[in-house]
Design a protein around this ligand. Sequence first.
Ligand code: ADP
Ligand code: NI
Length: 218
Amino acid sequence: MSTSSHIEQTIVFVKETLKGAEGGHDWFHIERVFKNSLLLAKDEKVDTLVVGLAALLHDIADPKFHNGDETIGPRTARKFLETLSIDQKTVDHIVLVIENISFKSSLGNKPSFFSHELAVVQDADRLDAIGAIGVARAFNYGGFKNRGMYDPEIAPNLNMSKEEYKNSQAPTINHFYEKLLLLKDKMNTETGKRIAEKRHQFMRDFLEQFYNEWNGKI
Ligand code: ADP
Ligand code: NI
């Protein structure tokens, strides 16, 4: 089977599986990450089948929506990949990328795995969390979790455990300081860094305008 047919079959599977997903984690998020991954891949020496399939399958089952089960995504991806006729080494590599992509695993002290394919897909996923789309996704997710937009009395907390963070009712603006504004310095690829710089500035401008409007200024 050809690479393009593997990609097409995966697109069908992902679209079907993500039907009804929350707006920040839906098929369109996957499509943006897939396109950005291929864009970044042009400047890197990578296996584009691994990049493409890992991008498509990276959020196939998010632990946030499965009682925190971190293994469900990689397991679902592997099960699907084994229905395609690709060699075991490639399947293993794609699953490793998916296991290691999340921001939280990169916050841990011991990154257990690295590859240029992981670098590309991780950057593409991070790019979709910042800039205008990043702002929209954050408020969408905050609304989904019934969180307020902003409360001047609740300061951002950079020292929350994963569990505390998941259950936190902190307003969405805090998420910018706890995660989104930190992403530009975590980019792996040169192209990713350049794009992130621009999107980072957009978020800074957004926050400035937000506080102006909040405080009755134009
Ligand atoms: P992804 O699955 O794409 O790697 P996450 O699952 O961490 O990213 O988050 C998905 C989207 O939801 C991101 O845009 C992120 O900023 C947003 N999000 C995650 N946690 C919060 C939060 N506590 N408050 C607001 N937005 C959040
Ligand atoms: Ni994602």
